[in-house]
Design a protein around this ligand. Structure first.
Ligand SMILES: CC(C)(COP(=O)(O)OP(=O)(O)OC[C@H]1O[C@@H](n2cnc3c(N)ncnc32)[C@H](O)[C@@H]1OP(=O)(O)O)[C@@H](O)C(=O)NCCC(=O)NCCS
Length: 118
């Protein structure tokens, strides 16, 4: 029998701490966490949102933390964020996935909801 479940993940990031980590670790930090597409034209706030979205995705999908390139945050033409999985990541259990990001300047929050096959 097909067994489905809705899974949710949320992550809250302090923008100043994220910015400091970027400044301290430099390009290596950026390259470890983000794809070239995510980095292109993105400022600290945009990247803090993408970071939160990845962490939220790890929670929703039950992935070990640190698979930074498995989940990429992309943008629709309207500005709406979406998640894209890398070719090497087996996402066959994920039937549908959605992400939402909000920020105040001090904090950024991301929520990921996924419909998964259990
Ligand atoms: C999109 C919108 C909801 C953002 O709300 P806000 O309170 O100003 O700002 P928030 O910090 O809560 O949200 C900003 C984040 O919303 C997300 N976002 C942007 N456009 C979005 C959209 N169309 N749908 C869903 N999420 C959107 C982005 O992730 C953005 O942050 P980022 O670009 O740094 O990643 C607001 O601009 C709005 O109401 N727009 C009109 C509705 C709309 O969908 N317009 C697009 C139609 S073409």
């Amino acid at each position: 029998m097909l067994s489905l479940a809705v899974r949710t993940g949320v992550d809250l990031v302090r923008v100043d701490e994220f910015k400091l980590s970027r400044e301290r670790a430099g390009d290596a930090f950026d390259r470890r966490l983000f794809t070239p597409e995510e980095l292109e034209g993105a400022d600290d706030l945009r990247l803090a949102g993408a970071f939160a979205a990845k962490e939220a995705a790890f929670k929703a999908l039950g992935l070990p933390k640190g698979q930074w390139h498995s989940v990429q945050v992309v943008r629709e033409p309207t500005g709406r964020p979406a998640l894209r999985f890398s070719d090497g990541f087996d996402s066959s259990h994920v039937l549908s996935c959605d992400v939402s990001i909000s920020h105040t300047g001090d904090y950024v929050v991301a929520v990921v909801t996924a419909l998964v096959r259990t």
